[in-house]
Design a protein around this ligand. Structure first.
Ligand SMILES: Cc1ncc(COP(=O)(O)O)c(C=O)c1O
Length: 391
């Protein structure tokens, strides 16, 4: 694709990296942007806040372009959880309200809402042994008590791609909010908040968005923002922060009022460069390319007898994650993952399963090589007596 030269690890190590659902490698433009910042702080202008503010403004613009909204709906966050905390702590929950989510959500999307149990809000964890946050499941439990459906746009373990449009309809029918953790989606598949008007959507930058840690964003609709109590209210939330002693200033109307004052500027310099790259390749092309790689991987893995697909087989119901179950127990799966890592294939072991997550610049040849090593690992582990723990 011509973009592979932006990933120096491909030249410098024999690694096959298929773990973007955990953390992405940083492309060289990101490294350059962060280095530029660090150099200026150290040996250059030192104090250049106007540039910093311009970079964060550009980040809001580019994130907005990525999810098809306007930049006034975007607040920059330091991680996914920061955005979720704002929703959990800021929305006007009432005792007796119910929040629905599946019992296989990533914990970052669970704990902040569970803190509301102390005030009588019930978090109902719906049984989803297959890790799928299906509209059918939610429709069995939704009621007039439901205040929010909380979901991941793409589930971190099953890789299930939640049909957000169907959930939106359900939420409209019951008058509840649709609050989305999209860290496993933005940067790998197209997210369009005009087409699918979720109430809020959060994502950290470190995975599919190929950005440094300590970056992320909260998208919030105007209607939901109107209901949100202003939890974080920082000195930079106001129209004129340099008018220091005019404490009666009201926050700006934009979503950025929820930002945590001085931000992680080096991180956002990097994020801006990563967003440029994603937008240049184009979200549509990225989604298509990843879908192709995942399909190719699935076909190869299905050839292997002891592999069971955990991610849906239907390409419409998945994104960049393909998770499989192997062997007879968790120890065997762990040992296979360990074998792969030892032989340079970066995949993830999670809760007894093995997760692959290629990004747009990976190639079918890398998939071929990764599958060969995976198969070798599997053969090696399955030949061992069951007692061998892989330690
Ligand atoms: C679905 C999901 N949400 C959130 C996170 C991470 O949250 P944070 O960015 O707050 O560390 C992860 C993975 O680390 C995840 O898979």
């Amino acid at each position: 694709m011509g973009y592979r030269e932006l990933f120096p690890y491909l030249r410098e190590t024999p690694t096959i990296y298929l773990n973007h659902a955990a953390t992405s490698p940083l492309p060289t433009p990101v490294v350059k942007a962060v280095s530029h910042y660090l150099h200026e702080r150290s040996a250059g202008k030192i104090n250049f806040w106007q540039e910093d503010w311009e970079v964060v403004r550009q980040c809001r613009e580019k994130i907005a372009a990525l999810i098809n909204t306007t930049s006034d709906r975007i607040a920059l966050m330091h991680n996914t959880s920061a955005g979720i905390q704002i929703l959990a702590q800021g929305l006007p929950w009432q005792p007796g309200d119910e929040i629905l989510m599946i019992d296989q959500e990533f914990p970052a999307n669970v704990y902040p809402y569970r803190t509301l149990e102390a005030m009588g809000v019930k978090v109902r964890l719906l049984p989803a042994p297959d890790g799928r946050s299906t509209p059918e499941l939610f429709s069995q439990y939704v009621s007039e008590r439901t205040r929010a459906i909380v979901v991941s746009a793409v589930q971190f373990l099953s890789g299930y791609r939640t049909p957000l449009t169907d959930l939106r309809q359900l939420c409209d029918q019951y008058g509840c909010w649709l609050l989305v953790d999209a860290i496993q989606a933005v940067g790998s598949i197209q997210i369009d908040v005009q087409q699918t008007p979720v109430d809020a959507l959060v994502a950290g930058g470190q995975k599919w968005m190929m950005s440094p840690h300590g970056t992320g964003f909260l998208y919030i609709s105007e209607a939901l923002q109107a209901q949100l109590r202003r939890t974080p209210f920082s000195w930079l939330s106001v129209p004129d922060p340099w008018d220091f002693f005019r404490y009666d200033q009201q926050p700006v109307p934009q979503a950025r009022q929820f930002e945590a004052a001085t931000l992680n500027y080096p991180g956002f310099y990097g994020m801006e460069a990563a967003l440029d790259l994603l937008l240049k390749v184009s979200p549509a092309a990225i989604e298509q390319r990843i879908a192709h790689l995942v399909q190719y991987l699935q076909e190869q893995l299905q050839e292997i007898e002891s592999v069971r697909l955990y991610t849906p087989e239907d390409p419409e119901l998945r994104a960049g994650i393909l998770t499989v179950q192997v062997g007879e127990n968790e120890e065997q799966a762990k040992a296979v993952a360990k074998f792969c890592m030892k032989h340079g294939v970066h995949i993830a072991y999670r809760s007894g399963k093995i997760r692959f997550s290629p990004h747009f610049y990976n190639t079918p040849d890398e998939i071929d090589r990764a599958v060969r090593i995976f198969q070798k690992g599997l053969d090696t582990v399955l030949q061992q007596p069951v007692a061998a723990s892989g330690e």
